[in-house]
Design a protein around this ligand. Structure first.
Ligand code: AVI
Length: 336
């Protein structure tokens, strides 16, 4: 179910009320038990990366973004801070509807508010409770922006509430999260966004660029062990959803750059022979056997522009940091 809950609030005249909760239900990933067990039983076991983001996982991800080794967030933040006016001018529609995909705490989007001057902010995230809290805090800081929260799994087709204006929509997909899709799925996802846009719309997307393996592996295996905790925390979440009995200490965090695919892969590796059981089933893992938990693709600009083209977008403008580690691209719908 793409939209598990909607939080909405109308713009208000003063710094007052918290968002009005129109409706609520459980996390969109609660329905994921069958998917998870199928992934665990497959010959090459896997857990989809969306399961990282329970409340603790979202907080751990936020901690990752503060790490010395994890350059994408601060690099992107610096690009947005330096270029926000240029981005707003290039998009050219004050009073737009800013639609934040994987909004998290909404901070990145909020930094664009001054330049973009959105009339409405739609925040979409899989981590429902985290989003709810984030939106309450944001609404009190920006009482004049109408805010809507949508709890959704971005792996499913996006549904926007009907009242969201069609003109002047700007999808904001920062953080290189597009890199967590394999390229065919990324293309499908972008083509799906395209269907929500008319000629006045756009997409502002952050891309982590291809670079040396050492930098990449350090970014995904930091000295403090925060990324390792983030990776292992997925097992706690799976235990809750699927009734499995993973013991976290049995699993080692592994992050490797795969040059053939141009991606960093994260895995959990069994430290010893492990038996994992759940109501109605079990799987045995040999020592050294792995569960694949994430891909993070690193793109060359030309390759990503080509992918956007296949999804019905054309790059209008791009902004890179000095070391060309990261890029923000503004893409516009191409006429069919
Ligand atoms: C959310 N996503 C873009 C992050 C990434 O870099 O692929 C998730 C992450 N995984 C480990 N560190 C950060």
């Amino acid at each position: 179910m793409p939209s598990a809950f909607i939080v909405a609030s109308a713009p208000v005249a003063s710094s007052g009320p918290p968002p009005r909760f129109v409706s609520s239900s459980a996390s969109p990933v609660v329905a994921g038990r069958d998917e998870l067990l199928a992934g665990l039983l497959a010959p090459g076991a896997s857990i989809a990366p969306k399961y990282f983001y329970d409340t603790l996982g979202s907080a751990l991800f936020e901690a990752i973004t503060e790490l010395d080794e994890y350059y994408p967030t601060r690099t992107e933040r610096a690009i947005l801070a330096a270029r926000d006016r240029e981005i707003a001018a290039a998009f050219g529609r004050p009073g737009c509807t800013l639609i934040d995909l994987g909004a998290g705490n909404g901070e990145k989007a909020a930094r664009l508010f001054a330049a973009l001057r959105p009339r409405e902010y739609v925040a979409i995230d899989i981590s429902v409770e985290y989003l709810r809290r984030s939106l309450e805090a944001l609404q009190s800081r920006f009482p004049h922006v109408a805010m809507t929260g949508v709890g959704a799994d971005l792996g499913e087709p996006i549904e926007l509430p009907e009242r969201v204006a069609r003109q002047g929509r700007l999808f904001f997909y920062p953080g290189s999260s597009i890199g967590n899709f394999v390229p065919d799925d990324a293309q499908r996802f972008l083509a799906g966004l395209r269907t929500h846009l008319d000629d006045t719309g756009g997409l502002l997307v952050g891309i982590d660029l291809a670079k040396d393996a050492r930098t990449l592996e350090a970014a995904y295996d930091d000295a403090l062990g925060v990324t390792a905790a983030f990776n292992r925390n997925v097992l706690r979440h799976v235990n809750r959803i699927a009734g499995t009995d993973f013991v976290l200490a049995d699993w080692r965090h592994v992050a490797r750059f795969d040059a053939t695919h141009g991606r960093v892969e994260m895995h959990l590796e069994a430290r010893r022979p492990v038996r994992v059981s759940w109501p109605g089933g079990e799987r045995r893992f040999a020592a050294g056997e792995r569960i694949h938990t994430e891909n993070s693709y690193k793109y060359r600009l030309a390759d990503f522009a080509a992918l956007l083209g296949r999804a019905g977008f054309a790059v209008q403008a791009q902004w890179l940091d000095e070391r060309e580690r990261f890029a923000m691209l503004l893409a516009r719908p191409q006429r069919a």
